[in-house]
Ligand binder design. Structure first.
Ligand SMILES: C[S@@+](CC[C@H](N)C(=O)[O-])C[C@H]1O[C@@H](n2cnc3c(N)ncnc32)[C@H](O)[C@@H]1O
Length: 218
């Protein structure tokens, strides 16, 4: 039998752990920074809300396309998209951490994909020419970037007219960006909201390039 005193102590301890977790998450949110390579175990866990097939449906990658993945991390989704653009298509992948770039290179080669080109790069200043990609995607990345609007503007810049951008977000990522905030920031950069799948706490959202107007400020 558990005494009343023991259960009170257990409840108090649980409350303290929860509070510490919330404080930690809030501190992370107010200081956007890349998920450290040493924490990669978290990004390899299964994601029932934002699955490979949901990303594939919304992004609609086609054979021969040139696609950019921003912040691929260890490559949770990369192989799926690389396979979809085969035989002549390529997935370029830019991550700000060299350790992630190397991990992705090894993982995709082990999976048998020769059409993935990982490089070190910052989403706020992408090392690619204007209008050079058919589509781009980023999952659990935007909230880690200090200047989100600049990164969205960069994605708009490198996409061809008619190109597609898919952004994925899900709780409990401490840098979670709500769909409403994402839409506001993306639309200010000339990206037009088209569709989304999922729920308020785990979603993929697709944007297209507005045909008229020049939103490029850099
Ligand atoms: C939470 S992980 C998600 C990785 C992967 N997209 C996934 O879904 O598993 C975020 C990744 O974004 C990268 N990242 C953060 N800020 C970045 C930036 N400014 N430019 C490029 N990559 C960035 C991190 O290095 C990390 O690999």
């Amino acid at each position: 039998m558990v005494s009343r005193r023991t259960s009170r102590v257990a409840v108090s301890l649980l409350g303290l752990v929860l509070l510490a977790g919330i404080r930690y998450a809030l501190r992370w949110r107010s200081n956007p920074s890349p998920c450290p390579y040493s924490q990669r175990v978290w990004i390899d866990l299964p994601r029932p809300g934002i699955t490979h097939s949901k990303l594939r449906t919304l992004l609609d990658p086609r054979p021969g396309e040139r696609i950019l993945e921003l912040g691929p991390g260890t490559g949770y989704y990369t192989g799926t998209i690389a396979q979809a653009v085969e035989p002549n298509g390529t997935v370029h992948a830019a991550d700000v951490q060299q350790a992630m770039v190397e991990h992705l290179h090894v993982r995709t080669r082990q999976q048998g994909h020769r059409n993935v080109e990982p490089i070190r790069g910052d989403g706020q200043q992408l090392p690619y020419p204007d209008d050079s990609f058919d589509a781009a995607y980023l999952v659990l990345v935007l909230g880690e970037i200090p200047d989100q609007e600049r990164a969205l503007g960069e994605l708009e810049r490198i996409l061809k007219p008619g190109g597609r951008l898919v952004v994925g977000e899900s709780l409990p990522d401490p840098h979670f960006v709500t769909l409403e905030t994402l839409k506001r920031r993306a639309e200010r950069q000339g990206l037009e909201f088209e569709d989304h799948g999922g729920t308020r706490v785990g979603y993929f959202a697709r944007f297209g390039i507005q045909p008229m107007g020049d939103y490029r400020s850099h």
